[in-house]
Design a protein around this ligand. Sequence first.
Ligand SMILES: Nc1ncnc2c1ncn2[C@@H]1O[C@H](COP(=O)(O)OP(=O)(O)OP(=O)(O)O)[C@@H](O)[C@H]1O
Ligand SMILES: [Mg+2]
Length: 251
Amino acid sequence: MISAVDVTKSYQGRHGIITALDRVSFQVRAGDFVVVIGRSGTGKSTVLGVMGGLLRPSSGEVFLDGESIWELDERSRARLRALKHGFVFQNASVIPSLTVLENVLLPQAFLPQPTVANLSLAKGLVELMGLGSRLHAYPEQLSGGEKRRVAIASALMNDPPLLLADEPTGDLDSETESEIMNLFLSLWRSGKTIVMVTHNHQLASYANRVFKMSGGRILELPGQNGAERSIDCEQGSPREAQINVREAPRP
Ligand SMILES: Nc1ncnc2c1ncn2[C@@H]1O[C@H](COP(=O)(O)OP(=O)(O)OP(=O)(O)O)[C@@H](O)[C@H]1O
Ligand SMILES: [Mg+2]
């Protein structure tokens, strides 16, 4: 489904160039639940942004279903994002001036075809997140965890096949964290492909594949078998993730 080929992303920092991604290559298959772990500053948000068509790589290519997303013009990329990606941003991405329901409906505005607002679907998603009684609340009236749930409902609004989530459980208590992770599991079981980044190693146990980031590189930890497995990623012996550039699908 996604293939990153030799992707480098550098930023101009105050004291010089920061290479957040250093010739990274990997593949995510349709139906994977990938958890990317790594310490703060290791490039997790960067890799998600590059995969999600939000952050242009300095070099390299990202293919989504065989299409090179960074070769598309901005309009086509926006269309692709609206149809295929649900993106949960690191800082609960809700618009303060919109209610819960309006926030959840918002992604429909980016669909290529004008759509009649699908109120019942949006309400259903809000209910699924346990916020059925808060439909008309504004974000400032919600807790951090509730805002994150609104952001997740919003990411699901266009029924994207791929969910990209950046620390969706950051700063949450462990009970709310489990609730959100169990929701992700059920979404995964219902057929979504999920890529989630986190600094919390324990969440790797939910994934069927675990990648670890350090030093601008990405490694796949072997032997993840899904939710039943509980692992200590620090003790795993990392091996280089799928790196055969020649095998990457070309458009
Ligand atoms: N816009 C930017 N300009 C300069 N440097 C940046 C920029 N964005 C990120 N960086 C740097 O790139 C590196 C990777 O950042 P990134 O946000 O991807 O890390 P992260 O793993 O998501 O960290 P965290 O767990 O704290 O969210 C860091 O060293 C960061 O300081
Ligand atoms: Mg980050």
